[in-house]
Ligand binder design. Structure first.
Ligand code: URP
Ligand code: ZN
Ligand code: ZN
Length: 463
């Protein structure tokens, strides 16, 4: 299969130019003016951007959580990814008690077998940190192709500081990267007790129970562990201005703290929790939505480079019957998480680039090139000869109103319902195969289920 993209504006982090792109097999083979390579498909890309496929390094596919399961499986989740211009997914793989990391990886790969529509990789989440599991970091970095390790500072399965230190020491030796869900467990526990006594249990109090200071303290503490060990961490789903300040302070002192944020923390705010009819439950995620001041600070952090990646934390639970029912008397029982894999690129373009908060090149960095560098996806993340032909032909002028019925995620709502965006994918290619296209009203999946491959990633080489 070969494709010739004619006359589009190729966008990389280093700049943009109008040229043709020739892809054959899995790879981009040539970029130039007036290419005439014979091709199975010729795409007229004039007026379109040619973007590298987005990479979502934070998803929870089929994850058991809070008494239920995140509803997208590998089939629905990666179809939605393709329709959103996401051509690589790095999914979390939560180690169960007694498992080795390898067993956890094999278990999750079996779920993806025959189902993934785009390429995927896995981050093991260390939840049973036995000494032999910490020792497995070496193989995970050198053999399994999974050199990033998630830890939680909250929830029942949180790790203590001593475990964090051990993991940081081990990952430092082998080029691993520790990813941290940074919230202070004890602050949240205290707030939960206070709010329960006062009978404050509606969704709004989810945000009150997890104040900015809980994120700020946890990031500051994790950063100190990095300083102690000389290793590096990556803060997942950074949400607050105060948390960002701690990331910046660490970086200014030469401490390797990297961070991602997510569209929900950029474009939504805590007022959403006050929506009537328990609708606020739709936005219950951890950390919670913050104020507009934090939204603005995070945009600025992306622009300046203090934040390196935008991911989704895609973790879908239906509103009807799950978010509204499980937690109908108490915000603490609402399954934490929200859907977002399909709206990543369009929100970043419309709210970021169109509104002048980010350049197009910076958007490509935080969605593709920087993400590939951070997570060792050496064949992904740029429109360049030799890279995988993961390409989004993007129409910067196409209007679309985000609505659940026109999306593909296996969930009954989107937190971005009714938002009007400017810019939509026209066609999405994964290793040279068209997997999704615009049909005039919405995106449709045109790929093959099961064609997605597990991608072995390289250890961290520096950012
Ligand atoms: O609320 C969230 N973020 N749910 C998914 C699990 C996690 O903490 O990332
Ligand atoms: Zn988390
Ligand atoms: Zn998450």
């Amino acid at each position: 299969m070969s494709v010739l993209f004619k006359g589009g504006t190729i966008v990389n982090t280093t700049g943009r130019c109008v040229a043709d792109v020739y892809a054959a097999g899995d790879k981009i083979k040539a970029i130039g003016i007036d290419l005439d390579n014979p091709a199975d498909e010729v795409v007229d890309a004039q007026g379109m951007y040619i973007l590298p496929g987005a990479i979502d390094p934070h998803t929870h596919i089929s994850m058991p959580f809070m008494g239920t399961f995140a509803q997208d499986d590998y089939e629905t989740g990666t179809i939605a990814a393709a329709c959103g211009g996401v051509t690589t997914v790095v999914d979390f793989d939560l180690q169960q008690k007694g498992e080795t990391l390898l067993e956890a990886l094999e278990r999750k790969k079996a779920l993806a077998q025959g189902k993934a529509a785009v390429d995927y990789s896995l981050h093991p989440a260390v939840m049973d940190p036995r000494p032999e599991v910490i020792a497995e970091v070496k193989q995970a970095c050198q053999e399994y192709g999974t050199p990033s390790f998630k830890i939680f500072m909250v929830y029942d399965f949180r790790v203590d500081d001593a475990t964090m230190i051990k993991l940081l020491e081990e990952t430092k030796k082998y080029g691993g990267l520790v990813q941290v869900h940074a919230e202070n467990f004890y602050i949240i526990q205290h707030m939960n007790e206070v709010l329960a006594k006062e009978g404050r249990l509606s969704p709004y109090y989810h945000a009150v129970s997890r104040p900015n200071i809980a994120e700020e303290e946890a990031i500051a503490r994790a950063a100190k562990m990095v300083e102690l060990t000389g290793s590096r961490i990556y803060i997942v789903h950074l949400s607050s201005k105060e948390g960002l300040r701690k990331v910046k302070e660490a970086r200014e002192h030469g401490v390797d703290v990297y961070a991602e944020t997510c569209p929900q923390y950029l474009v939504l705010d805590e007022e959403r929790y006050n929506e009537p009819n328990w609708n606020g439950a739709k936005y219950v995620m951890s950390p919670p939505l913050r104020t507009r001041e934090s939204n603005a600070a995070l945009w600025q952090g992306l622009k300046s480079g203090a934040l390196q990646v935008v991911a989704t934390d895609h973790c879908p639970f239906d509103f009807n019957g799950k978010k509204d029912m499980f937690g109908k008397d108490d915000y603490k029982k609402i399954p934490n998480g929200a859907p977002g894999i399909e709206t990543l690129l369009i929100l970043l373009h419309s709210e970021g680039v169109v509104k002048g908060r980010l350049t197009l090149e910076r958007m490509v960095d935080v969605l593709s090139t920087g993400t590939a560098r951070m997570f060792g996806l050496k064949d992904k993340g740029a429109v360049a000869v030799g890279k995988d032909a993961d390409i989004v032909v993007f129409d910067p002028n196409q209007k679309f109103t985000i609505t659940q019925s026109k999306l593909h995620m296996n969930v009954d709502y989107t937190p971005f319902e009714g938002m009007a965006v400017t810019g939509m994918p026209r066609a999405v290619y994964s290793r040279g195969e068209r997997v999704a296209q615009w049909n005039g009203e919405q995106m449709e999946f045109v790929g093959a289920v099961g064609r997605g491959r597990f991608i072995k990633r390289e250890p961290f080489e520096g950012f």
